[in-house]
Ligand binder design. Structure first.
Ligand code: SF4
Length: 375
């Protein structure tokens, strides 16, 4: 796998998807034989993965099984939850304690680890936990999700879990973006497998999961995060640490030069019913009939961006007071003429529609904004 590549695996079985991603990346050509491999999920809080906050443990299981089959035998799962929660609780709540017992891989609580400071450039020294630095090879397993301060969190920010609680707090006082970008000059995972099964729309602590049914593999964390931005309907410029990391030589945010390989059928995984208050409220504008999860997620993300821009009421005026003209989406609209708004190629028979199969969240956001403002 090259640095300009992204591998997107679609499906609903996280363990099987993880194995497919590793096989496609030919990861055994990347990890040195005999390496101590650190698996770094996101276990920011004590919740399970259906909340949209934490990494599905089945991904770790799939990775370990795949790599054992390739002759690797030294693994450890490491994480430090956010200040205010305990990693020891998070390991239990997300099913990692059971997983550890079942597959024989130790858990390391980085909140209890020692640390040292490392020069991150620009006069900043960052404190990173000893066990994170001691691993021969780290696989970063972030969740693709929103964040109330940095807008998006994925690969670059997930490394904050490899620092002490005091250092996490200091990062906030330093404005987050600059230190996050610089931390990635010190700690350099060799592979990223991002969990895009059902990340939260807005909050890193979960509660607004949106079913996306995908996983994304990358080597370059800047490229990974640029992709996550577009997927969630944001512009890359909305997340300053991505541009800063690019400026500091961590990687490239140039998606136009990326080679993106799609595996699995993005259309085979049906959209699941929305499970949170905010997603439900946004979805009241949607007329969904057999929509693929990728399409549905793009529309929900697009509506959420419009809400943040204060334009939802203007869209509602276009859709009708009671959303009589809800936005059509899904395969059952194929070939149908529809007097209203459509999202995705299947619903492009609507009077006003955005094509794409599926469109990305950012494109849907732009389309809805034009519709709402008439510009
Ligand atoms: S346009 Fe249709 S087939 Fe394509 S992703 Fe959307 S719902 Fe699925």
């Amino acid at each position: 796998m090259q640095r300009n590549e992204l591998i997107v695996v679609h499906g609903t079985n996280p363990a099987a998807m993880a194995k497919e991603a590793l096989a496609a990346a030919k990861i055994e050509e990347i990890i040195p034989k005999g390496a101590l491999i650190a698996l770094k999920p996101n276990l920011v809080v004590s919740k399970d993965a259906s909340s949209g906050a934490v990494t599905h443990p089945e991904i770790v299981e799939g990775i370990v099984e795949y790599l054992r089959g390739k002759g690797y035998s030294r693994f450890v799962v490491m994480e430090g939850s956010w200040v205010g929660d305990r990693t020891s609780r998070a390991f239990g709540a997300a099913g990692y304690r059971d997983l550890s017992a079942r597959i024989g891989v130790p858990l390391v609580d980085l909140q209890s680890d020692n640390w040292k400071r490392y020069d991150a450039g620009g006069g900043l020294k960052v404190a990173v936990c000893d066990q994170a630095m001691a691993a021969d090879f780290m696989i970063n397993l972030p969740v693709i999700k929103g964040h109330c301060q940095t807008t998006v969190t994925c690969a670059l920010k997930n490394l904050k879990g490899c620092m002490s609680d005091d250092e996490k707090s200091r990062f906030h006082s330093l404005g987050l973006h600059e230190p996050i970008a610089r931390l990635n000059r010190v700690l350099k995972p060799g592979f990223i497998l991002a969990d895009g099964i059902c990340g939260d729309l807005d909050f890193e602590e979960g509660g607004n999961p949106v079913q996306m049914n995908r996983m994304v593999a990358a080597i370059d964390p800047v490229l990974m995060d640029a992709y996550a931005c577009r997927l969630m309907g944001h512009d890359i410029e909305d997340v300053p640490y991505i541009g800063l990391a690019e400026e500091y030589g961590v990687g490239s945010a140039d998606l136009s030069a990326a080679k993106i390989t799609e595996i699995g059928d993005s259309k085979s995984a049906p959209a699941l019913p929305p499970r949170s208050g905010r997603v439900k409220a946004l979805a009241s504008r949607v007329n969904e009939k057999s929509a693929c999860s990728a399409c549905y997620a793009a529309l929900i993300h697009g509506l959420a961006r419009l809400d943040e821009r204060g334009l939802l009421k203007r869209l509602d005026a276009v859709l009708g007071a009671k959303h009589e003209k809800r936005i059509a989406i899904g395969r059952d609209f194929k070939g149908q003429a529809y007097d209203g708004v459509g999202c995705g190629l299947c619903a492009s028979g609507a009077a006003t529609a955005i094509k794409g199969c599926p469109p990305d969240g950012a494109a849907v956001a732009e389309f809805l904004e034009k519709l709402a403002t008439g510009r």
